[in-house]
Design a protein. Structure first.
Length: 267
């Protein structure tokens, strides 16, 4: 049984790798096209210091007496010249009964630096308005900043990485033992209990930030995810409660292997 599971995992690895290679294309499908086009146009107009166009799209509450000065300060964060590339790295849409908000993030690559641009738009009564716009210059790309590497990492990173490997292996081991164990009652509830870890610990590989989800379940007790193609890796490790409880109680749960002696009759 264990050999069959291993073959299935090895069979799935190429498919997972191919899916990862096309992650950007899949991400692009969920970007709101009209709103993204306006957001990038607003950034281009700021770079050209066409403040009149940007002001025409500003929400009314942002049109203060010093708005032109603020826009000029924001525009100065952009390097001169045309960007070498523009990549959408974040897109979030939030709908309410009154309006829809679009939070869009881009990475602009220039000759010697990168700029992350965040634009928040709101559609209300059929009209799109600019709610906020921010720029963050950087000396390296987000792909480089958020890449998976052990360079410069500390003990917490090594511990999380070790647990992300050890916990699933421990759960798989307990699953194999559970599958081979004879039970007097149904086995599948124990298999489900063993297969999932509880209480997830989340760890940001880039900055080392962590959090806890008390009410959560994780298949095989660990994993990692990214919210976008160049987003940080978020590792999750859960406590293998089911595997520990099963292995501790296995002997008491196991069906006796010896047959019951035949009943005797007589005077």
């Amino acid at each position: 049984m264990f050999d069959r599971m291993l073959r299935h995992i090895l069979f799935l690895l190429p498919a997972l790798l191919l899916a990862g290679c096309d992650q950007q294309a899949l991400f692009e499908k969920f970007i709101p096209k009209e709103e993204s086009a306006l957001a990038q146009e607003l950034i281009a107009k700021l770079a050209a210091k066409d403040f009149a166009f940007v002001e025409s799209r500003l929400d009314a509450k942002l049109k203060t007496s010093d708005v032109r000065e603020k826009l000029d300060q924001i525009a100065n964060a952009l390097p001169p010249g045309e960007p070498k590339s523009v990549t959408t790295v974040g897109a979030n849409t939030m709908k309410s009964s009154a309006a829809t908000t679009y939070n869009l993030t881009y990475e602009y690559e220039y000759s010697e630096k990168w700029v992350v641009a965040n634009v928040v738009l709101e559609r209300r009564d059929g009209q799109l308005s600019l709610q906020s716009i921010y720029f963050w210059p950087s000396n390296q790309s987000l792909a480089t900043t958020n890449r998976f590497t052990f360079e410069g990492k500390g003990a917490a990173h090594y511990t999380v990485f070790a647990l992300a490997i050890a916990v699933p292996l421990f759960i798989v081991y307990a699953l194999v033992i559970c599958a081979r164990t004879k039970f007097p009652k149904r086995k599948w509830p124990w298999l489900l209990f063993v297969a999932f870890g509880v209480v997830q610990f989340q760890f940001n590989w880039t900055n080392g930030a962590w959090g806890v989800q008390l009410v959560s379940f994780a298949l095989l007790g660990a994993g990692f995810a990214k919210t976008g193609p160049v987003a940080p890796y978020i590792f999750t490790v859960a406590f293998p409660l089911g595997a520990i409880v099963f292995l501790a109680r296995r002997r008491s749960l196991q069906r006796p292997l010896t047959a019951d002696p035949p009943s005797s009759t007589g005077l």
